[in-house]
Design a protein around this ligand. Sequence first.
Ligand code: DP6
Length: 392
Amino acid sequence: MLLQTCIAPVNIALIKYWGKRDEALILPINDSLSMTLSTDQMCAKTTAAVGSDFKENKMWLNGEEVQFEDNCRTVKCLDEIKRIAQLQGTAKFPLDWKLHICSENNFPTAAGLASSAAGYACLVYTLAKLYGVQNEELSKIARLGSGSACRSIYGGFVQWIKGEDENGNDSIAVQIENEEHWPNMHVLILVVNDNRKKVGSTKGMQRSVLTSDLLKYRADVVVPKRIFEIKNAIKEKNFEKFAEITMKDSNQFHACCLDSYPPCVYMNDVSHAIIDFVHKYNEMVGEVRIAYTFDAGPNACLYLLQENVADVLLAIKKFFPNDNDGSVEYLKGIPIDLKNKKDENIFNCESKPIGRNFFKYIIHTKIGNGPKSLIEEESLLNEVGLPKSFNP
Ligand code: DP6
């Protein structure tokens, strides 16, 4: 048996991908740009193994066996890896050997936190290592799993170039800046309580492409300009500009969702309360210190610089008090030393709390690097190729 185990990061888009021009190849109608989050707090982990005695392809996802359905996105990624491995002659075993794959996220999938991006990037990266496929091809293959997954192949700031080719050969992700460029770029994810049934991203964007005039204007006119501007803001580490573009793009993406028919509603009242809070906070401190962005769900992803994390957390605690505050379950990730706060006066203001128990929990993380291989001891599969978690 030969095996490989890897981890891959989550990425959160600053300029959103929303809408495909080709469903099967997952080709987008506009470029998008994201920041990769550290794998220390959130990642997908995958072990892929091949063996001469494996009878069939098998896959386990977050502890449960899932079927390998013909032509599903996983099979498309696997077929592409095998095709390239065949061309390059890189595999150290016969290509018809069956495969066992075990994959886990170290964060709740149900929280709606970009789990498919990390999951497919990890699957493709792990298979590439196993079959010896060259790295330049990987973002294109990850794209076949989930569009946003192509951006999780790199760390730092990443652009997914939409490309022009009908066959998708130029629809690839490229790294704009690595994680060292702006190392004090931190993130607070506010996981919001919400049980509404939402339209998934794939369906939601189909609906928007078919029905939203605003989306067409966004893709043709607004996004190219914003991509250019945010790349400059990142290059110059201009947080104010970066924040403004990020917030405007999140707002426009949700406006396109509402412009779809029937509308796709992803944010809820708590999301809107967070947006209000961020604008009020920035106004109160007299500079832009927080930027929000929301994907196809109600959770907020707040971008902020490391030196402002303590102050912002104190403000969140004040305006959004929570009965679980103080428990390790409530504030996850990089520890925050509240003694590092710098602004005394903003917490003495008279403002009343906005709402209690609005968040399930908060994750503190930062910019991070791309996927990586782990040592054999980290494998999720045992010596006969079955999930270790099945053992007593
Ligand atoms: C709102 O990548 O999940 O998070 O390509 O259909 O799998 P598929 O969609 P997916 O869409 C992500 C949409 C988004 C914005 C973004 O990440 O750019």
